[in-house]
Design a protein around this ligand. Structure first.
Ligand code: C2E
Ligand code: MG
Ligand code: MG
Ligand code: MG
Length: 284
């Protein structure tokens, strides 16, 4: 294994590598305990309708509050959870929690939950989703499952069948991070999506790269023709908001409009509809 060590290309006993491996091992062990210890928490980010300026949905985003390391980003622990198989348990928890909290809202907005490709491949996923709905009493039509293209790559017949079962139950399916993968347009024909979420990398570049603005407009037109909704992800500035509006996006989400927050009740105040509309300062 120390092959190439003489040329310094692969040193097995590299202390940095060893530390990283130990760190990973620790982290994987801690992750195993995270649910029991109630360290996995769900935050919610509002999604706004760009015609009415009102919030129409919330995206559930998982966080891990590690007792020593502090808040661990899903970008770090979701891949680890996928490799160890823990994503099934963590994902089921996020689903159940999101449906429960959404069912207790005073305003019946939609709730979007991310599903990992690993969850999509598990046999129990349909039951997990239906159980979360049953236990919370939330109607299926208010649930939106966000999947990425990578979930469609392997075993696509099985995935198509699973998505059709969700669709038949009235659950909505969104294609997340659109534009970052292969974006083989055949997907849009073969799977029952109701929405495309345009990746934040395009939104970010819209103001500086005319090509990105053109791509966003084209995605929106394509989606319109196919009868799909569009959400612009990662809107951080007023200029970006203006451009995604001009491109015809139906919905937008981003730090300008609202950061992910712990409690749904922080966002939606009954009888105060005006303050619930796009209000960056209010939604912080
Ligand atoms: P995503 O589903 O594309 O979620 C959007 C990410 O963009 C979130 O990051 C959100 O906090 C961030 N974001 C929102 N608005 C802005 C903005 O204006 N600017 C910037 N720079 N970022 C913005 P987060 O929460 O760190 O999640 C990262 C990814 O981790 C998610 O991407 C999703 O793929 C995954 N993830 C999060 N929660 C879960 C979960 O419960 N299950 C699974 N399977 N994956 C999850
Ligand atoms: Mg998402
Ligand atoms: Mg996304
Ligand atoms: Mg993403």
């Amino acid at each position: 294994e120390a092959k190439g060590a003489g040329r310094g290309t692969c040193r097995f006993f590299d202390p940095a590598v060893e530390t990283r491996l130990l760190h990973r091992h620790d982290l994987a062990q801690d992750l195993q305990q995270s649910i029991l210890r109630q360290e996995i928490v769900v935050e919610y980010q509002p999604v706004f309708d760009l015609k009415t300026n009102a919030p129409v949905a919330f995206e559930a985003l998982a966080r891990w509050d590690h007792p020593e390391r502090g808040r661990v980003s899903p970008a770090d622990f979701v891949p680890l959870a996928e490799e160890t198989g823990l994503i099934e348990e963590i994902g089921a928890y996020v689903l159940a929690q999101a449906c429960l909290e959404a069912s207790q809202m005073s305003v019946p907005l939609r709730i979007a939950v991310n599903l990992s490709p690993v969850q999509m491949r598990s046999d129990g996923i349909f039951t997990t989703v239906m159980d979360a709905l049953k236990h919370s009493g939330m109607p299926p039509s208010r649930l939106e499952l966000e999947i990425t293209e990578s979930a469609l790559l392997a075993d696509s017949d099985r995935v198509a069948q699973l998505l059709r079962r969700f669709h038949d139950e009235g659950i909505k399916i969104a294609l997340d991070d659109f534009g970052t993968g292969y974006s083989a347009l055949g997907y849009l024909r073969s799977f029952p999506f109701s929405k495309i979420k345009i990746d934040q990398s395009f939104v970010r570049e819209m103001t500086t790269h005319p090509n990105s603005a053109a791509i966003v407009s084209t995605i929106v037109r394509l989606a319109d023709q196919l009868g799909l909704d569009t959400t612009a992800e990662g809107v951080e500035t007023e200029d970006q908001l203006t451009l995604v509006r001009a491109a015809g996006c139906r919905e937008a989400q981003g730090f300008l409009l609202g950061h992910p927050r712990r409690r749904l009740s922080d966002f939606v105040m009954p009888g105060n509809e005006e303050s619930n509309k796009i209000a960056p300062r209010l939604l912080g």
